[in-house]
Design a protein around this ligand. Structure first.
Ligand SMILES: *Cc1c(COP(=O)(O)O)cnc(C)c1O
Length: 233
């Protein structure tokens, strides 16, 4: 078996085990394989092994891969999305994880309505308050939730966050638990279910699963180390 498939199987098992250890049903935790920077051939290999959800953080790279790969792949755009790339993003993205301003949210709704597409949206939240990060502050997210009592063409199904790489286990529990509590609060305000919590990456997913993650975004542990730096999009 290839190293890639060995990695993939071991991540699948360890995600399921983390769910069981947390007293959760493993079927409630979706594994998103983050394939950014890796070639379509690698995605194809993991796809043939049964994986259906792949994450990319640049619109152009997602589009190029989607065009040559199987139509049944569910594409998740996980990186920062610029306003001028929304239309291109909506061609293939089934999920958009990093909706980080009210303006971007409205633009996605407008264009999704026009194109009659219905991608699932997640708001990106900057829970830890890091200066360098994109995302709503928790306070801004609560204020925004008050304006979202009706669903648009693209349903807002939950929240996403990224923890700082250097965070301790205690800090990770606070960040991921904080995202879950914020989701509960926003759901209450909106009166619309927001079941999804996209949190946890290669280095921190077991704690995210303990705190209720429904989607873990895992790249390195499956595909290996990325060899070139990524420009923010
Ligand atoms: C690259 C990326 C990941 C995957 O990170 P790994 O540490 O390689 O597992 C997850 N989420 C986002 C938003 C990313 O950009």
């Amino acid at each position: 078996m290839s190293q890639l498939l060995e990695n993939f199987h071991s991540v699948q098992q360890s995600v399921a085990q983390a769910a069981i250890d947390a007293g959760r049903n493993p079927a409630e935790v979706r594994l998103l394989a983050v394939s950014k920077t890796f070639p379509a051939e690698d995605i194809q290999q993991v796809f043939q092994d049964g994986q259906r959800c792949f994450g990319e953080n640049r619109v152009q790279e997602l589009t190029e891969k989607a065009k040559v790969l199987d139509k049944s792949i569910e594409w998740h755009l996980i990186g920062h999305l610029q306003q001028n790339k929304v239309r291109a993003a909506l061609e293939f993205s089934n999920w958009i994880h990093a909706v980080d301003t009210p303006e971007l949210y409205r633009r996605i709704q407008n264009i999704a309505g026009e194109l009659d597409v219905h991608p699932k949206l997640l708001l990106e939240i900057n829970i830890s308050g890091e200066e360098s990060k994109f995302g709503f502050t928790p306070e801004a997210a609560v204020e925004f939730a008050k304006t979202l009592t009706q669903e648009g063409p693209a349903p807002l199904v939950g929240l996403m966050t990224m923890a700082p790489f250097e965070a301790s286990p205690e800090e990770l529990h606070k960040i991921f638990g904080g995202l879950r509590a914020l989701r509960d609060q926003m759901q209450e305000i909106r009166g619309i279910p927001m079941p999804e919590l996209s949190m946890g990456m290669s280095g921190d997913y077991p704690i995210a699963i303990q705190e209720g993650a429904t989607i873990v975004r895992i790249g390195t542990a499956i595909f290996g180390h990325r060899t070139y730096p990524l420009a923010a999009e």
